[in-house]
Design a protein around this ligand. Sequence first.
Ligand SMILES: [Zn+2]
Ligand SMILES: [Zn+2]
Length: 344
Amino acid sequence: MNGFCVECGVSTEHTVNGLCMTCFLKDRMLVSLPDHVDLFVCTSCGQFLWRGEYQSMAPEKAISLSAKFALNIIKEAKLVSSTSTIVPRDNYNYAVTVNCKLAIADFEADASASTIVRVKNTVCKICSRRTGNYYEAILQIRTSEKTLSQEMQDEVLEKVERFVDDAATTNPNAFITKMEIVPGGVDVYLSMIALGRELTKELGDIYCAETDESSKLVGQTRDGQDMYRVSYLVRLPEFHLGDVVRYGKKYYLLTRVSNSGGKIKSLNNFADMTVRRPNMPELKVYAKSTELETADVISQSSGEIQVMDPTNYSVKDILVPRDAVIGDTVKVVRIDGILYYVPQ
Ligand SMILES: [Zn+2]
Ligand SMILES: [Zn+2]
């Protein structure tokens, strides 16, 4: 059991390569750093290149991490912990000293090394795509009407933007390259084919819209794969939630639109009815929700109210659902000269 140092002969239980700790550490450089370490920063988004990926982190952290990552430690030692001190020389060069606690067999030792971290300007792939107007898909939002109304355009684009923002929280490659107002709608240029595909499904479901897609071979990637650009068409129907529609020969309020179809409520007897998606194009808009008239309520009884006709101030009796909660005014629609109550 009696160990000793082969260099100085001292008796010790603990030796490293046959040496006592004093002899082992003597004149030995435990850690070293190269003369300089390059750290790449994207000038556009400010993210640092760290282990092959651009990541957002504080400059001090990026600088100390890149110095620490470049450390050479002798094989007998293990890094227990380290701290760094950073002294800027100018905006691009930082003198960094890394102070290390090392474990060598049963011993602990301190060591330090210094280097210059040089911050190099570059542009990351995502930013270069953004600035280069890169896109893989075009989402063509159109309408069955003559023109896409400003309200609809705002509503749909808000959904598109929110969808892409959500996608971007997990995938930095997801972005909108540009939006372009075109006759009859808007074109949205998207960075990823998947975004176009998912948005088309989403908008198609929300609005019960017709959708279509077509792709075009635009070239090859650097590794020889075919590169496609895909156009997605979403044709928004004329009808919209809250509109009065004609279906068959009768009139209804459109109360629900979903991926499976729609729900309509009869203006005659307020019975609900389901319309399957393939039949939805048969709905013809009679009055948009924004075109409904407002009538003052004069009196009410169960299942019926008296309102003042907004055009000639005559008093009219109109049917309402028995459980309807009636306020001071109601929405009405005029069909063949007769006013009908429109539930809200
Ligand atoms: Zn010794
Ligand atoms: Zn960037």
